[in-house]
Design a protein around this ligand. Structure first.
Ligand SMILES: [Zn+2]
Length: 176
């Protein structure tokens, strides 16, 4: 099956909702399906209950999604251990991008609830690396973002530096 972009509604699912409304409650969420490997994804890392994948329609090259394996909808549903692990993985992924892609900045965050722009009900964090002069003519005029490299190429480049996930990303040792 083709990889799916977890941040957009999947059309076949929508069709099933219409034709089989009784399946609405039982349909597995996309990130849970990726977790269970029912569908393929550009997986960068998996461990300690956290998964990192490349966004199928990235805002910039290296745009990652970081989510807990456990299906939770709200930040407050995370255990303290999960909060720590997710933040650890966010920092490690940022470090990975710094080594592999040399961005000049990052946007990091999550959208909770559909009103806030959250399109799927499984908490996930976006890490968007930012590069100098990343907007080009077509972005501005055509309102279409142009990818600089294919996702499999980005993934291959990132996977050369997975040792970052063995390193402690926290600079402060105040909390042990
Ligand atoms: Zn889920």
């Amino acid at each position: 099956m083709e990889p799916l972009f977890p941040d957009y509604f999947l059309v076949p699912h929508k069709k099933e909702y219409i034709t089989h409304p009784e399946k609405r409650q039982t349909k597995k969420c996309i990130l849970c399906s990726i977790r269970d490997r029912d569908i393929s994804s550009y997986e960068v890392f998996r461990g300690n209950g956290i998964i990192i994948i490349l966004n199928l329609y990235p805002y910039t090259s290296g745009h990652g999604l970081i989510f807990p394996e456990r299906h939770v909808s709200e930040y407050g549903e995370l255990s303290l251990q999960e909060v720590i692990e997710i933040n650890k993985k966010i920092l490690q992924y940022m470090r990975l991008l710094e080594i592999a892609q040399r961005p000049k900045g990052f946007n990091v965050g999550f959208n909770q609830g559909r009103e806030a722009g959250g399109s799927i009900d499984h908490l996930h964090f976006h890490v968007v690396p930012r590069y100098p002069r990343e907007l080009n003519f077509i972005d501005l005029i055509g309102k279409t973002r142009v990818l600089l490299e294919p996702l499999d190429q980005t993934l291959a480049e990132l996977k050369k530096h997975l040792e970052v996930f063995n390193e402690d990303p926290f600079q402060s040792k105040l909390v042990e």
